[in-house]
Design a protein around this ligand. Structure first.
Ligand SMILES: [Ca+2]
Ligand SMILES: [Ca+2]
Ligand SMILES: [Ca+2]
Length: 304
């Protein structure tokens, strides 16, 4: 796997940004609700959508990666996963995943070429936290309520629903407490062990309108499972989160020379003075402010 950050410096003044907002609107995917959620229990609050785009506030159409989370200052405009792959007997490199546009629809692949109904109510994004479950203790959810513009009861109801309906059978990770290989919401614990929040969703590339709209190629039959999680330990882990993508070839063809990359458009505060770099030995991409002070972050802007 090659990890490369492909970054575009967007010279956006506030005025041009407002004018540009609509260009990031996607045709609303037909899927269950919610189709997006927040990861927001350590020092970062950021945004994920079940059709691939992330770190972008799909509601207000602007940078969605807020750091530190209660400041309103944002460090990333949008991120996603992207790939290019050759298949036999076709000279066209198939490019899929998401950047500013997405080539993905929500839902899994049932059999070669057949996606599940993207209208199904269970085709949505799932999120749990291990201390909020049906019949569990009262937990202060005022932060999520305030960050997400919902009531604490709405937040709790969604956490409990996602706990009960956790898609373990489709690949969502969980702790199998009774070690029987089956997810039981009354016994087992959904999500990544010791994480304070875990998000999971599944998508696929079988909608040719979306893949054509992304980079002009046809679907190939990739199922895309995303797991995102974070820790909150009052240490360095509070300033990062983890993404795991599982790509499954559910086509009848073989893949050749596949390249997969994390893609991100970092906007470290003000978008017009950012630099990017990479460390090829560490497989690490990073972005930083070109000067010591950023118009939004002021001195010591974050290195991402
Ligand atoms: Ca079990
Ligand atoms: Ca940028
Ligand atoms: Ca900047």
């Amino acid at each position: 796997m090659k990890n490369l950050f492909l970054s575009f410096i967007l010279l956006l003044s506030n005025t041009s940004f407002i004018l540009a907002q609509n260009k990031y609107l996607e045709n609303k995917s037909v899927s269950g609700s919610p189709e997006h959620t927040f990861l927001n229990l350590n020092n970062i609050s950021t945004f994920f959508t079940n059709t691939g785009r992330s770190d972008f506030d799909e509601i207000e159409q602007h940078s969605g990666f807020t750091y530190p989370k209660e400041t309103g200052k944002t460090a990333v405009f949008m991120s996603g996963l992207i790939w290019g792959v050759k298949i036999p007997n076709d000279p066209q490199v198939r490019v899929g995943g998401s950047t500013y546009r997405t080539g993905l629809q929500g839902g899994k692949i049932l059999s070669s070429g057949i996606a599940e109904d993207p209208n199904a109510s269970h085709v949505r994004i799932y999120r749990i936290r291990p201390d909020v479950y049906p019949g569990g203790p009262v937990v202060d959810l005022s932060w999520e309520a305030s960050d997400e513009g919902k009531s604490e009861q709405q937040i709790r109801t969604q956490y409990e629903l996602d706990w009960n309906e956790w898609k373990a059978d489709d690949g969502a990770p969980y702790q199998d407490i009774d070690n029987n290989g089956v997810y039981d919401p009354t016994i087992d614990i959904p999500g990544i062990k010791d994480a304070v929040q875990t998000i999971w969703f599944v998508a696929n590339d079988l909608d040719s309108l979306k893949t054509q709209y992304l980079y002009g190629t046809d679907p190939i039959g990739i199922e895309y499972q995303a797991t995102i999680w974070e820790y909150n330990n009052s240490g360095a882990l509070d300033n990062l989160f983890f993404r795991k993508y599982k790509l499954i070839n559910k086509s009848n063809t073989t893949f050749d020379s596949m390249y997969v990359s994390m893609w991100s458009d970092p906007d470290v505060g003000y978008a017009g003075d950012d630099f990017v770099g990479c460390d090829t030995l560490l497989n690490l991409g990073f972005a930083y402010n070109a000067s010591a002070s950023d118009a939004v972050y002021q001195p010591l802007p974050p290195l991402r």
